[in-house]
Design a protein around this ligand. Structure first.
Ligand code: NI
Ligand code: MN
Length: 228
């Protein structure tokens, strides 16, 4: 069974039987990071989009570890141009890797990377479904609420859904409660909150509201690990 460790903000580590995956490893400059980028030892780096709080240390980690970045075609191409190995995919597409299956989903959000000439657009942002060791995890990335979350849950019965609750840039708590209802995951874990003042929220209140619907929800403390 895979182990999920919360590294803070949207950064997670998944230890599956056959591989270690980092998702959105924003650690350097992350005021709540549970690990330093140089301490991560992974085989794959999964990136939802290029904003600094998601791509984060992804390219550096991939290069140091010899890990493969998995992201959209545009993001993968950008990471390759910076010297990292990458596997390009796109929304709606799935691929079987040695550790399991990854599928990209829609996410209603922008996608830019910072360059010396200013922000550069790199196609749409994505969400990520990871199937490994017989378990299914959904990392929603940065997104607004969308009704197709119902379809994601129907087509990919979810053991864990990682959902942003910070508001301002993504769903806030009200929309994230509705997202949990649409997805029907066995367990929902809030993310993308309390890293900065602008996204301050009460994750305990969110969890209570999701549980009141008869659904599983839990606050995963930064640095904590669970098996799912
Ligand atoms: Ni973003
Ligand atoms: Mn973000």
């Amino acid at each position: 069974m895979p182990e999920l460790t919360y590294l803070g903000h949207d950064a997670f580590l998944v230890k599956a039987d056959k591989a270690r995956l980092a998702i959105d490893p924003f650690l350097t400059g992350n005021p709540v990071a549970a690990a330093a980028a140089e301490d991560l030892n992974v085989d794959y780096v999964l990136i939802t989009h290029g904003h600094g709080d998601h791509l984060g240390d992804g390219i550096e980690i991939a290069k140091r570890c010899g890990a493969t970045i998995i992201s959209t075609f545009e993001m993968a191409g950008y990471c390759q141009s910076r010297g990292a190995k990458a596997h390009p995919m796109h929304i709606g597409g799935g691929h079987d890797f040695d550790f399991g299956r990854v599928k990209l989903t829609i996410a209603h959000h922008g996608n830019t990377v910072e360059t010396p000439d200013g922000p550069r657009a790199l196609g749409p942002a994505a969400g990520i479904i990871v199937k490994a060791d017989g378990r299914t995890l959904y990392h929603a990335g940065d997104t607004g609420l969308f009704y197709d979350m119902k379809l994601i849950g129907e087509m990919n019965p979810l053991d864990v859904a990682l959902l942003p609750i910070g508001d301002n840039f993504t769903m806030g708590p009200d929309d994230a409660v509705k997202a949990a209802e649409l997805l029907q995951a066995k367990l929902t874990i809030p993310m993308h909150y309390n890293t900065f003042d602008l996204i301050r929220q009460d994750p305990g209140d969110y969890v209570r509201r999701v549980r009141a619907l008869g659904l599983g929800a839990e606050v995963l403390k930064v640095g904590a690990t669970l098996t799912y």
